[in-house]
Each structure stands twice: as structure tokens, then as C-alpha cells.
Design a protein around this ligand. Sequence first.
Ligand code: ADP
Ligand code: MG
Length: 460
Amino acid sequence: MDHQELWKTVLGEIELQISRPNFLTWFKNSQLVDKNEKEGIALVGLPNNFAKEWIKNRYHKIILGSLRNIDGSIKYVNYVVVNHNTPVQVPKQSRKPKDAELTEEKNNTPITELRVDPKTNLNPKYTFDTFVVGSSNELACAAVNAVIDNVGKKYNPLFIYGGVGLGKTHLLQAAGNVVMEKYKGKVNVLYVTSEKFVNDVVWALRNKRAEDMKKKYRNVDMLIIDDIQFIGGKPATELEFFYTFNALYENNKQIILSSDRPPAAIPTLEERLRSRFEGGMIADVAYPDYEMRLAILKTKAHSHNVEIDEKTLEYIATKVQRNIREVEGVLNKVLFYEQYKNEKIDLKKLDDIINETAQLSPKNITANEIIKTVSDFYEISQVDLTDRGRKQEVVEPRQVAMFLLREILKLSYPNIGEKMGKRDHTTVIHAYEKISKEITTNSALNQKILLIKERLFKNV
Ligand code: ADP
Ligand code: MG
């Protein structure tokens, strides 16, 4: 049995012992790097430090057990971060969600795309006038503005990350538009999706047109690549990107990147690229709170020149929480019914619209689901999570659960306290504030919360 086969069999065993979401999250890109027959040591490779630490702390026993079951000569397991790994094929899904996201992006591209400037790929519909700034995106906005005023000199690269539909593309495009206007075209901007970049690289390789590729990407003053996570794991593209990146960087040209997750969490990204990304400024866009969703709805309604009943907007802002794209989708439907069909939208109709547009909105998410998802993620029992025991390892999961109950469901502090083992509301406030503060500096914690939210919202 070679390493790959052995590992596949081991994964098969592990999969039976842990939940599927946990399996996919942590083992998707694992591999058996080496096996020292003489000393009986297996070396397991993980894509990044975060995954390595997590797996070592949580799954070591399971891994060792499964390895020994299959290969009795193994006595120890060590873990390493593998920079350039070929991902192990996990049956079903694994790459699917990415493709789905890309398609979603395309389907949502409206006809105004026609006005995109082919030289820059900038769409004038994305402006700062229509972009609402709130607590969830203010850091990212401030960073973008600093870059606009100091192209290539201040934060380079600027790396913006956050979940789907939270405004990354809007922000990046708006930045490009402002730079074009502010510097009267003297600063050349080029915006591409990473999909486009990949296609260009493939095309250039196939047609031996590397020079064209260079010309296109290295003669710009500001290169914006959207959804950079998709270049991870494609060696030729990563290499080309690495050269492009260095060429631009060394000439003080501005690079702005977006991704659905921080560099450390792009599993297939080569280490040297990751460290380049981390060398600049990293800012996140988070889930918008109620006030912000309402402000966005008002801005959008205003830009369509229509008056919509305040109560309706408030209702939408309360119900649709998952992302701004969905908030917008619901609003567009309401506008459609009111303007073109002249139908008055009552509460029942509004509910229908919300249900069909924002199918996965957290209206379906209950406190119990949050508690269950958190305990499943941390692999502790729900009893331990909500119990009054004081075990050190349940402190973080508990605080995270309280934080999410507040953030997603807006439950009152006493109510959360009640659900979490009859704790005092001051304990809940403390937990909420602690986690809110910590996620801005502790990227591992932030990453965990993103992963938990992803499970909740995607129902994986
Ligand atoms: P992402 O690139 O993060 O997936 P988009 O930039 O495509 O998200 O945003 C999705 C939709 O939500 C777009 O129509 C965008 O205009 C809108 N949107 C996102 N954030 C904001 C915001 N802060 N203010 C106004 N509109 C926003
Ligand atoms: Mg986008």
C-alpha cells in the first residue's frame, strides 16, 4: 500500500468516527507525507498551522488509532504544515461549493455589466455613494480609502476578506472607480476576478504568449484581483501570480485582493504567497447588523427613487440576515411587485418573498441549532456546553455560543443566560464583549467563528 492509499483508507475510518462537517473542514486537504518504517512514525501533512494545531489537539487519538488499525507498524504520528500539497480527493463535494459560488456570482451579474469599461473591467454602478459603512465593514473601508489616497505606498497588498455577498466586490470596484476619477486616468487600474486571471494564464501558456500576459498585468499601477482563493492549488497560476505580484510590488504598484477567508485559511495556497499576502494590510468585512441592513435597504430604495413603507424595510432587515445580496434580492422583488404589478405587499406576501429569495436565511436558525452546531464544531456534548461545570476546555465554546446567540438571533442577555445553563446575564455580556473584541485580533478565533457560521447558514 503506498502512502496515498494508506491515507485514503485511514480517512475512510476517520470519517465514520466524526461528523461530516468536521471531517470536511479538517481532513479535506490532509495527506500522509511520510512513513518511517524503522521507527514506526507516520508524518501527516496539513495545509496550514491552524489546521495542524486543531487536528493535533483534537483528532490525534483517532488518527493514531486508525493508522494502527490499518498498519500495525505505526506507533507515533507527527504533524507538519505542507506548503504545496496536492489535495487528497475526498468523495463528493470538496470543490463543489466553490463552483457553485462562482455560478452564483455570474447569475447575479445584472445587465448594467454592459457598461463595464473593457480596459479596466470597472463597472461604474459600484460607487461609494451607494455603499453603506457600518461597524461590520468600517475597517475595510478605512483601509481602502487610505489606499486610494496613497496608491502603492500605504498598505500593500491590501487584503480584504469576508463571506459571500458582504460587499467585497462592491468595495473593490468602487475603489477602482474612485482612483480612475481622482487621478484622471493617470493611475492605470485593472480589476480581474481570479477566475479571469487563471484563464489568462492558461491561455498564455497554451498559446505561448507569456509576453502578452506580462504586458497586461505588469503595466498597471493598481491591480485588483477579486476572490483570490480560487488561484490556490493551481501551481502554474500561482507561480505566474507570484511573479506578477513581485514585479508590481517592487515597483510600488498597488495590489488589492479579496477572498472569502483570510490568507491563513486558504488551504491550498503556497506558503510564500501566503506570507506575501500577510505582509500587507488585512481587513475583514463581517456580517452586517440590523442597523446596517436597514441603512442599506434605505439607501437602495432611495437609489431606485421609490418610497417604501418603513415597516416593510424594518421587517426585511429583521428577517434577512445572511448577507446583503439577499437583502437586496428581497427588496428588488418588493419593488417589482409594488411598481410594476401595482400590488400592495402585505405581511403574508412579504414573508413569501423572503422565503423564496432568502431560503437559507437564519429565520430557520434556532437557539438549539446554534448550541448544537457549536458543540458539534468543538466536539463537546451539548450538556457540557450548557452545563455549569468549569472545565477549561469548554470556556471558549461556551463564550462563542453565547456570542452567536446574541449576534445572530439578537436574543436578550438574560434569555441567553437562561438557555446556557441558567447563567447570570452579566456572564453573557462579558462573553459577548470578550469574543467581539477578541475576533478583531485573534485570527484563529475569528476563523472558527466563520466556520461555525458557514455551517449554520449553509446547513452543511
Ligand atoms: P461579495 O463580493 O462580498 O460577495 P458584493 O460586493 O457582490 O459581495 O455585494 C453583494 C450585493 O450587496 C451587491 O449588490 C452590493 O452592491 C451590495 N452591498 C454589499 N455591501 C453593501 C454596503 N455596505 N452598502 C450597500 N450595498 C452593499
Ligand atoms: Mg464578490
